[in-house]
Design a protein around this ligand. Structure first.
Ligand SMILES: Nc1ncnc2c1ncn2[C@@H]1O[C@H](COP(=O)(O)OP(=O)(O)OP(=O)(O)O)[C@@H](O)[C@H]1O
Length: 260
């Protein structure tokens, strides 16, 4: 599979730098990510790791603009609406949506097309190229409800390819899919990295992290560590993350620290 194919016409990749400054994110004032300060260099390929409930999905939602910070800031060196592509965790909705694979993937052109844009010949070819890149040629008219979990994840990646964004956020892209699909999706992610895009992915499988992700951000509500994978994915730091996570009081008010 050649993951780079449909991106050959891609616009020049912007050099965004993503930075978190004392960032607190949460729900109804209950913090899920605490006082996080970290910088993600442009073009980095970062695995966001940490125990269950550590705030990984919450952090991605914050960067995607779905959650407003309770405190602190997210600095993004590009337009959050135009330049960030976000793939949330797979949910029931994805499968039950009554559209064809072609139409679902074509939604990746939404920002480019706007509400009334036309899917002309050139754009239709781009949709077909994205489907080919994820190994779904021939599936165009299939209802998405008829796809297997792995095929659906391939279609979601094809939609991301069309979004053509310099910053890509992936929440558990490899959850509950077969080994072959994981390998193909990893190849696409590595292609994005080679093109200079900035990719943050929530990944639970540490073996995959070690093999494919040069950098890690280890969360346990607060930042435990971030940097090169070999320095972050260590037993003492993972132990610290587990310990912090277990000690966390889920019913705490807006913040346990009284200095902020
Ligand atoms: N929509 C929501 N409303 C209220 N609380 C939420 C919501 N989403 C997440 N939380 C809470 O925020 C905390 C962090 O959740 P989050 O999903 O970000 O963690 P995570 O690290 O992605 O976990 P996992 O690995 O289990 O997916 C958890 O205590 C969770 O219950």
């Amino acid at each position: 599979m050649n993951a780079a194919l449909p991106l050959a016409h891609a616009a020049p990749v912007l050099p965004p730098v993503l930075a978190f400054d004392d960032l607190t994110l949460g729900y109804d004032r209950h913090p899920a990510v605490h006082h996080l300060s970290a910088e993600i260099p442009a073009g980095a390929l970062v695995a966001v790791i940490g125990p269950n409930g550590a705030g990984k999905s919450t952090l991605l939602k914050g960067v995607a603009g779905e959650l407003r910070p309770i405190g602190g800031t997210i600095r993004l060196g590009c337009d959050p609406h135009r330049d960030v592509a976000y793939m949330p965790q797979r949910g029931e909705m994805d499968h039950s949506f009554p559209v064809s694979v072609f139409d679902m993937v074509a939604m990746g052109l939404w920002r480019e097309l706007g509400a009334f844009g036309r899917l002309d010949g050139g754009r239709r070819r781009r949709v077909l190229a994205a489907l080919a890149a994820v190994g779904l040629s021939g599936f165009e008219s299939r209802p998405i409800g008829s796809l297997s979990g792995g095929q659906l994840q391939r279609a979601r990646f094809a939609r991301l390819i069309l979004q053509d964004a310099p910053v890509i956020l992936l929440d558990e892209p490899f959850a509950a899919i077969d080994v072959r699909t994981v390998e193909d999706l990893v190849a696409i992610i590595l292609g994005w990295h080679a093109e200079g895009r900035t990719v943050l992915a929530v990944v639970h499988d540490f073996e995959q992290v070690r093999r494919h992700f040069p950098s890690c951000l280890l969360l346990a509500r607060e930042l435990v560590a971030s940097g090169p994978t070999a320095e972050v994915l260590t037993e003492p730091l993972l132990h610290r993350a587990r310990h912090l996570s277990e000690a966390f009081d889920d019913h705490a008010a807006a913040c346990r620290r009284d200095d902020k």
